[in-house]
Design a protein around this ligand. Structure first.
Ligand SMILES: [Zn+2]
Length: 422
């Protein structure tokens, strides 16, 4: 690591996130913060004796935000091949059963190094903040030395009342931990189909009482919608029996996922929703009215063949959207640049390049509550940025197209967190 405490950074383009790309843009960094921003000429005039770090024909860009991931599963592809490999899933339930069968063969010691690999890969990919979900809570100490911002959501799920009271006590204790680096601890009640109604309600109540951020997978697959509403389908036939939960199958709530979540007290802005692939128009309006935010994970949705989120309708309705890679159990990289490139094609023009860049930067920072520090390059924010070195020159009016090109992710050359080269 190199600490450059006070200097001016400049490059061919500065893309602050708040304005069009600035040619020969620059900012003055002091004590890890942006103390002034403008053109190189302006800053050299204001600070004539300050060292200039010139990245030449590169681009300086804010760090990206991966608003939904499970970094403890970063070694999943390796674990799968050690188990003899797996065919690509035919449907969502196939994939869940595969995930559980691989996890059952692991030793708990395997999660900490896997999380560490996830943190390293995220930083190398130009990510500065994460919405990370952790099922094996003791691995949280892996964040102790990390410079990543965002939220580390401790996952919880369960049906059996006796087990649930133990889980609640363990969760409350883990949330007291102060040794998790720069991330804030929160809670992830996994989904409406993996917590009993009582436990889901208790968890949301606890989060609201303690002002904790939380995150929930919602309306991801058709199987979820059927199970929540009617208690039937592949979840009842295959998933619940596989994990010994047959005794907890009900006749369903009679509600679609969003209304069901409302009934359990889960519609509040601090509960970051994930996926939303199956949302209908009325549910989209409800999420907008309740000021909910939603993370789209298009590569994961494509891998698991669950469908396409109604991104344009969500955007038009005013639901705040962000982007996530999900885990390497359903996606092939932790790069949000890769996610943007895929999303651009997947949503076929519904989300244009500047919009996707906004989802991956300022929106991501807002949904995680770290927009005071990252999400754009602005006065008073962290001197946290990445330097992209394109293979061939990019014209000023092509910068955003470049950001959604598949070439972009491999051109992350330097990454700085709070003025420190990573
Ligand atoms: Zn997930």
């Amino acid at each position: 690591m190199t600490i450059t405490d006070t200097c001016i950074y400049t490059a061919r383009y500065l893309v602050s996130g708040n304005a069009p790309p600035v040619e020969a843009g620059a900012f003055f960094a002091h004590a890890g913060k942006i103390a002034a921003i403008g053109t190189l000429t302006e800053l050299k005039t204001s600070y004539p004796h300050v060292k200039v770090v010139d990245f030449d024909d590169a681009l300086m860009v804010p760090l990206l935000v991966n608003a939904h991931t499970h970094l403890e599963l970063t070694d999943f592809p390796q674990w799968t091949s050690e188990c003899g490999g797996a065919e690509s899933p035919e449907n969502f339930v196939d994939w869940i059963l595969h995930l559980i069968s691989v996890k059952r063969k692991l030793k708990i010691e395997q999660f900490a190094p896997s999380l560490q690999h996830g943190i390293e890969q995220s930083i190398a990919a130009g990510t500065g903040a994460v919405g990370d979900i952790l099922a094996y809570h003791p691995a949280r100490s892996g964040y102790g030395d990390s410079s990543l911002l965002g939220n580390l959501y401790l996952e919880t799920l369960g049906q059996d009342p006796a087990m649930v009271s133990k889980l609640k006590a363990g969760l409350a204790e883990a949330l007291e931990d102060k040794g998790c680096g720069a991330v804030k601890l929160g809670v992830s009640p996994h989904s409406p189909y993996t917590l009993s109604a009582n436990y889901l309600r208790d968890t949301y109540l606890y989060c609201r009482q303690h002002n904790l951020r939380c995150t929930t997978h919602l309306a991801e697959a058709v199987e979820e919608v059927e199970f929540v509403e009617k208690g039937s389908g592949d979840f009842a036939r295959r998933f619940y029996p596989y994990i010994g939960w047959e005794g907890y199958i009900t006749t369903g709530s009679g509600l679609r996922p969003v209304e069901y979540l409302r009934q359990q007290g889960g519609l509040f802005p601090q509960n970051l929703l994930v996926h939303g692939v199956q949302l209908n128009d009325a549910e989209i309006d409800t999420l907008a009215a309740e000021k909910m935010s939603l993370v789209l994970c298009p590569r994961s949705n494509a891998t698991l063949k669950v469908g396409k989120a109604p991104a344009k309708k969500l955007l038009d309705a005013g639901v705040r959207l962000a982007l996530g890679t999900d885990s390497l159990a359903s996606c092939d990289s932790l790069s949000i640049w890769d996610e943007m490139a895929f999303a651009h094609k997947w949503f076929a023009g519904d989300l244009d390049a500047p919009t996707l860049f906004g989802l991956a930067t300022s929106n991501g920072a807002k949904v995680l509550g770290v927009d005071g520090a990252v999400g754009s390059l602005a006065l008073g924010k962290d001197a946290s940025f990445q330097v992209l070195q394109p293979q061939t020159a990019v014209a000023v009016n092509e910068v955003f197209d470049y950001f959604v090109s598949s070439a972009c992710s491999s051109t992350v050359k330097h990454v700085y967190h709070r003025g420190v080269l990573q």
